[in-house]
Design a protein around this ligand. Structure first.
Ligand code: NAP
Ligand code: ZN
Ligand code: ZN
Length: 350
């Protein structure tokens, strides 16, 4: 087994503390990764603070992992020692259910394994719970290890492993592209990558942010339009405007107001995951034949496609690199919407 340094929380209202964890011995298909960078996703905060009511402590979050292959099992063919690689939200799935066979492992019905906070055997992860990327090393089966193309720095690539694929997948599924009016609600970690990807796909992009304070950044990321949702006039001006609206907000929104901004056959996709129900008027949905949908990360093959697309288009996250002792402070800034636009932990500081 390999001993790795990690940062863990032991209670929902505690602070991160340095600890050490074991990683399993390499099986034939396993890859040992020296983690270089780990992004801080808002899902880490929901989980660390038990906002989804299913957190197993100690909790080592982190599912935006970028690093270098340190060793490979005897039968590994996809990755070699020294390769630049990434790991996202999943580290295993059943491989047999209809979702897995369709390359949509994130919807595995046979018991998928998330990168952290999933109950597993002691052989899979000593301790019986998966531990994520706030750590110096991780062991992952080769099929769940992505290649990070040359041309994207590991630091700016790390957030693509969750934020990137979470936006790329619905943007592709609902055909964001030339001639399409796309709005992104919330310009945080997910949202800012979404603006970049939607613009690179050729869509006309509008940001719907709480204020206009990040307008210049939004335009730099590729948005043509930028509106403040604190201004009621926004909801009048943009009525029936969009083909696709992607909601990345981590808090509850009056979703009916946003549904009314959809044009004929438009879809509003929920990505943000607050633990509260949404409310929509039947009339709002029926009018303009609108749809309300959701989407969860993306499959492994599509994650690789997204990384290649981002490398081709020069897309990485805008990041602020922090040391491991700054995780608690970074969480507070994310909660205050004071993130520009993703905190990334430098694993060398662990
Ligand atoms: P983030 O960096 O905190 O960004 C969220 C943004 O939402 C903020 O920057 C802010 O944007 C806006 N916002 C926050 N509070 C708000 C409020 N009370 N009212 C209106 N707008 C508000 O978070 P993230 O990492 O992008 O994650 C966003 C959400 O997506 C989280 O709930 C996370 O768990 C979820 N998520 C889902 C998936 C999936 O697969 N579906 C994957 C990853 C994350 P402005 O400042 O521009 O208003
Ligand atoms: Zn995430
Ligand atoms: Zn499956």
């Amino acid at each position: 087994m390999t001993t790795a340094a990690a940062y863990a929380l032991t209670t929902p209202d505690g602070r991160f503390e340095k600890t050490s964890i074991e990683r399993r011995d390499l099986g034939p298909h396993d890859v040992l990764i020296d983690i270089k960078y780990a992004g801080i996703c808002h899902s880490d905060i929901h989980t660390a603070r038990n906002e989804w009511h299913r957190t197993r402590y100690p909790c080592v979050p982190g599912h935006e992992i970028a690093g270098i292959v340190a060793a490979v099992g005897s039968a590994v063919t996809k990755h070699r020692v020294g390769d630049r690689v990434g790991v996202g939200c999943m580290v295993d799935s059943c491989g047999k259910c209809a979702s897995c066979l369709a390359g949509e492992e994130q919807y595995c019905t046979g018991g998928g394994t998330m990168t952290y906070n999933t109950g597993v055997t002691e052989e899979f992860q000593p301790g019986g719970t998966t531990y994520g990327g706030y750590s110096t090393q991780v062991v992952v089966t080769e099929n769940f290890v992505l290649a990070i193309p040359e041309g994207i720095g590991l630091d700016v690539a790390a957030p693509l492993l969750c934020a990137g694929i979470t936006l790329y997948s619905p943007l592709r599924h609902w055909n964001a592209g030339p001639g399409k009016q796309v709005a992104i609600i919330g310009m945080g970690g997910l949202g800012h990558v979404g603006v970049k990807i939607a613009a690179a796909l050729g869509a006309e992009v509008t940001v719907l942010s709480q204020s206009l304070s990040k307008q210049e950044d939004g335009r730099r990321f590729g948005a043509q339009h930028y509106y403040a949702t604190s201004d009621r006039q926004t909801f009048k001006d943009l009525r029936a405007r969009f083909d696709l609206i992607v909601n990345t907000v981590s808090a509850n929104l009056p979703i009916d107001d946003y549904m009314r901004l959809l044009n004929l056959d438009g879809t509003l996709v929920i990505l943000g995951l607050p633990d509260k129900p949404l409310s929509v008027q039947p009339f709002t949905l029926a009018n303009f034949r609108r749809s309300l949908a959701g989407s969860m990360i993306g499959g492994i093959a599509q994650t690789q496609e997204m990384l290649n697309f981002c490398a081709e288009h020069g897309i990485g996250a805008d990041i602020e690199v922090i040391s491991a002792d700054g995780i608690d402070a970074a969480y507070e800034r994310v909660l205050a919407s004071d993130v520009r636009y993703r905190f990334v932990i430098d694993a060398a500081t662990m």
